[in-house]
Design a protein around this ligand. Sequence first.
Ligand code: ADP
Length: 721
Amino acid sequence: MKILIFLITLWLLSASLYADKSDSYGKDLYSIKLQLKWYHQFQFAGYYAALEKGFYEQAGLDVSIIEGGPDVFPVAAVYNKEAQYGVCGSELLLHRLRGYPLVLLANIFQHSPLVLMVMGNSDIYSPIDLIDKRILLHEDGSDAEIGAMLMSEGVNPQSYGYYDGSADTDMLLEGKIDALAVYITNEPYILKSMGTDIRVINPLKYGVDFYGDCIFTTEDEVNNYPLRVRAFRQASIKGWEYALNNIDEIALLIKEKYRSDADIDMLRYEGSAIRDSLIMNKEVELGHTNPGRWEEIGKTYRRLGMTDSSSGTEGFFAWEYENEEPPEKLPSKLLPYMSFGILSLLAGGTLFFHIKLKVYTKNKIHSLQKFFSLPLYMLLVIDYNGKIKECNQAWVLWMKRYFGNEHPENIRQILTYEDVEKIEKFCQTNDPLQSSISLEVCFKTAESSGWIALDFYLAFDEKLLYAIARDITEEKARNGRMNESVEKALENARKKTDFIASMSHEIRTPMNAMVSITQMLIESGLNIEQKDIAEILIVSQHNLLQIINEIIDFSKLEAGKDEVILDSFSIKEQAKSIYQLFEVMARQKKLDFKLNLIRPLPNFIISDSQKIRQICINLISNAFKYTEKGEIIFSVGMTEPGILKISVQDTGIGISNEDISRIFNFYSRIERKGTVRQSGTGLGLVISQKYARAMGGSVTVESQYSKGSIFTLTVPVHVIN
Ligand code: ADP
């Protein structure tokens, strides 16, 4: 309640303040001057509307609009403090680059209205036809877009006659000049309506897209009066909104109040032409500014030799100054508005929330704008010919970094021929589902090179491409380094495997010799005790040889050298020779080792004898390793036509159901409590299985824990009888 009384008192107080000052109302407003660049006409409609409709006044501003003319230079007027604000074209940046501390507040015309006008009966149809012709242009840079168009079409300033002066249609009509820079919204309309046959050459058609009218001020103004700068900008834009929605009313206002020479129809025509072709407020937010485009404009000035300044657009945009605390106070005129705000707060919560929401939304938009201008991703709008129409600051910075001031204006300049073809094809697609294409492009400049990733999206309606770009130079270098180290690591691993394989090979040769000599020793008539010792020796040699063989086989598999080598051999003889290898071991371990040849067996078969032998040795070695008593049966037979079946059955420790699924994995060794730990690599079964599979067969196992196992190799073979 106390708060309510306080607020009502505050309102009454401020209302009385308002009443006291009402007679000196004008004095409480900021008095400022706006310098126009030309005579009163619809080109400045927004400012008249803002004044007439009280938008300036509501913003605390008392604005005087000063008419321009051929000898008036808004930039000079504002710089010399004859006015605080001015209206001019893209040449604003040129003057900034030349050292004048001018600041852009808003772009009102999104495109420049300047075109070249020529007579309809002349032989001039395009810029190239202007070689050796006489053109009237200005030296102050206010029609630099015409110069840029001529230059981009290969017509340099030396190849045409140059007249400095104000637009004078009479000179054109009298044939004293061949072309004249004019506003598309004015002179062509007047001449055409008088029945004069004229033609225009529009820089926009040749890819030169300058901004038209913008409002500007000085650094001093934005630093010292940020509130009034903002107020002026907002009220002017509001005025423009009004003017564009009420063309007839404002045309009449210009005619009557500002005594424009133009007739009312001309003003109306100018109004709609400005709205639809230059401001385009339905498509672009009024006042919208694209820093990338300004960078491009700056580059054009440099190319035309109008400035040699290498500085960019830093400090050119009003928003760059916005973070500082405003040093000036609100004009007292605004106090009553504030108190009405407080009353509104009391009277209607809805309005309060509405205002709060508006402020919140505005702040949000501001922070979003800041976010979007962060140099994270480069954003581009490109036409179907690759010309860059719009870009964000990130792209500008990136271009500068790699290409300096002479950076490509067309994306095709950094693409390969194949990439260009891909994009062209993509542009022709009518499938909305296939609405993007990604490219990774390696670009080269005089001094460096790098990589950029580009994602293109189709904007079907507008015949434009949106592109999101990312510099991936570092990423590529990192991947390259990574691939190199992976390659190195693989190479090292290969070398190690080769080394182990060749060493094992070197060991196997003397090992085989040792086995043969020990065998000879056993058969040389040793006494029982000596024979026993020699047999222990030969078993150990066998075990060692088995490990060496597995290492060699494994290295072969690793190196991909496990191809099947077919030969014809007698499976009977093969089985017998394998059996003999283990006879001594059977004796040593006191195991009953049997060879079971299941007849009928073919005389010869065609298969990979070495692989079959190696599998058998692996399976029998395991049977001996994991069997302490009982028997091992090595069976060989052709259970069905063309299928060789070899099984090794033992009465050993067996394998539990749980472990059985793991035994065919690399290095898989199963430790069992209460059994003797056996030597091994954990490779024997996996090698056997791989060999069997390579031959089109398989190794299977059936086992019962602590009862024994039976391993079976089944492999298709070709039989020769
Ligand atoms: P290694 O015998 O060198 O350990 P293998 O790949 O030949 O490697 O065998 C894998 C595992 O399978 C062995 O560790 C063992 O636990 C089990 N195994 C293989 N053969 C038998 C068998 N005949 N009886 C019991 N367990 C076996």
